[in-house]
Design a binder for this molecule. Sequence first.
Ligand code: FMN
Length: 198
Amino acid sequence: MLEAAMQGAQQAGADTELFQLYDLHYQGCKSCFACKLKGNNVNGLCAVKDELQPLLEKAVCADVLVIGSPVYDSFPTGMTRSFIERLVFPAVNYCDYASPKIRKPIQCACIYTMNAPENLMQPLRYDTILGENCRVLGIFGGKPEMLCSHETYQFNDYSRYETAVEESVRADIRANRFPHDLQKAFELGKRLVQKAKE
Ligand SMILES: Cc1cc2nc3c(=O)[nH]c(=O)nc-3n(C[C@H](O)[C@H](O)[C@H](O)COP(=O)(O)O)c2cc1C
């Protein structure tokens, strides 16, 4: 899904980079408040120097930021949350939550993949839970978008795993619906770059 979004962004003229959060060693915010010290020189960036730091610097300099995560136990992954904590908290003015220190708008989006079907989004409160990351990313000045891909094809060989899911149903979704999800991701990437240019 992220690769499709990148292709859309490229078609709109953007240079793109994909990062795998799971390749990096980092933790969430440790509440050191170095980013909130009076007279600090971190300039809206997390003060913790670890493998996430270069990515945070790139993220705040980007025109567009698309974050992809599977849904784990009803939430975006912990790695995703930790990244967003470290990205967002230093960028907010603690006295006035609505005022970002990072001035340039960053057009943001979150892409989620999940087992659940679309009609369970509301009953499981996923629209609210997953929507929260978009809400907080709004401090970067854009109107963050959310895109979900449901009922993903989870295993290469369904016969080896315990699951209530019918392989044939998921294979059909993978073959016939997933390409539309990829197209939506492509259009999302393209749209965000176009918005960034406006
Ligand atoms: C630890 C774990 C927890 C999961 N919890 C949920 C869940 O609460 N809801 C859901 O719809 N899918 C859940 N899933 C399924 C994943 O969201 C699904 O397999 C997703 O497509 C994986 O993303 P990927 O295909 O992009 O790797 C879970 C999977 C794992 C491994």
